[in-house]
Design a protein around this ligand. Sequence first.
Ligand code: ADP
Length: 243
Amino acid sequence: MRQFSTDVSHELRTPITVIRGQLEVALFTAQTVDQYRDAIVDSLADIERLSQIVRALLLLSQAETGQVILQKQQLDLVEVAAGVVDQFQIPAEGAEVTLQFIENVPHCAGEFDRVQIERMLSNLLSNAMKFTPSGGQVRVSIDRLDDMAEIRVEDTGEGISPEHLPHIFDRFYRVRGAGEQASPEKGLGLGLSFVAWIVRAHNGTVDVESETGKGTRFTVRLPLNSPVSIPQIDSSGVSTSVA
Ligand code: ADP
């Protein structure tokens, strides 16, 4: 809890300091309307980031204290994943990354919360895209192993080095300088915390294997029919390995 509060204060303090600095500089030095306007535009962008952090944190803490109850319904994971992959096709073309969806089974039906499964896939895919430079490949595949669904999100991007791998599911954890080549956009370091929660809430597991300079593979396994559970804050179900 103490580490969490320290992290939150740090994450919120940085954009607040930046906004204050921009506005002070504008107040004391700006002379033209354009200079005032630039300072306001920059400040609004930082305020938007601040709001995103607060919204994500609220949702994550509600999720981790059991206040988000899964809305499970009968779903076909193949159809859900195909929809999410589709949403990334245009950005993938723009980034010159080949995005493939491989359905090794025609259907993979089970009881899942659609919104959360889409969020999980979307977080894994946006990371794969963010950390894969142009010319690379991102692949999503679905398999069915007895009563488990196996979803893989693989990329040929920059990979994650062994010292960082055990921490990537921690809140606010980001590898310094990572993704800069492929995307200048800075993440919040919360995406994988959501993934870990969603997987636990569905009684599943998530594994990560990575090799620096070669790529990363996340493997999510979800039972196709399991009772709803309310996961608490721990790292069960998460495992990491270095290729
Ligand atoms: P972020 O908002 O920074 O993406 P995440 O919690 O989703 O936060 O990820 C934490 C960190 O894990 C990222 O900042 C990045 O360093 C690393 N990471 C996650 N996915 C990948 C990937 N596919 N390839 C390389 N690094 C990754």
